[in-house]
Write a protein that binds this ligand. Sequence first.
Ligand code: PEP
Ligand code: MN
Length: 297
Amino acid sequence: MIQNKAPGKDVSLEDMAEKFPLASKKNNTHFSKFDIGGITFGDSLIPIMAGPNMVESEKLIVETAINVKKAGAHFLRGGAFKPLSFPYRSDKYTETREEGIGWLGVAKKETGLGIITEVMEERYLDLICEVTDILQIGSRNMQNYPLISAAAKTKKPLMIKRHFGASLRDWLGAAEYALYEGNEKIILCERGVTVPHTHRDSSRFLLDLQVVPAAKEITHLPIAVDPSHATFWRPWVTPMSLASVAAGADSIMLEVHPDPENSAVDPLQPIDFDSFKKLMQSMDKVAHINGRHILNV
Ligand code: PEP
Ligand code: MN
């Protein structure tokens, strides 16, 4: 536990007492555990959220749901409302919005998997809440406090992705906005930060794995990691997922697509069903080293 200041980080004891008292640990062993649709976060299980970047079609999302479930995933991810980086659209590169939310509902019915999907605007909260089990606040909206407060008020669990330029202190501030509304089911997700240079031009972000143990010194909330968005590069997803589990991540979000190279969004990062199945087995082995598990074996 920190004394006056967390080692090398920007969080003080005063911050913990006054700026984010609800997000802060009360003692060394204080870690939140909560249930989302029968799956416990913050315990020995490391829930896996997997699926395509975008809910492209009903066929794609149902096929993906069936396959990730078969491999042991606990939640289906997929965006219908997407923070696409550029405004231009084609037949393929276009949000599926209300229709996409409906298709997530079909996939949920077919497989029983819980759903996590992004909300970008308050006016779509009611619609999205009809289907989703977890509301995703995307990295770009980490400091959209009115959106976080409104999402928290629905009482749906929230996963708040860290902005790629945010400090741990800022990230915990975002969590505090959600906790302040009386919503205790808040997950934080590291998804890569921007640094002056990364290892290749196409790798936009650097996975900040140190933030997992650093965050756990300060907060009791479960910390998820999304190696797909962080690496932006398929061959690095498996090693970084294993490293995330080793680092103590409480949940992993992964992009999985039936035909990764033809993903409508970010085609360099999703993995296929076979790679996902193998990765689940490898992550489970690493989880066992830390006394945790992913699969039921
Ligand atoms: C996503 O998970 O679909 C996404 C857009 O992630 P991020 O907000 O981390 O970029
Ligand atoms: Mn196991």
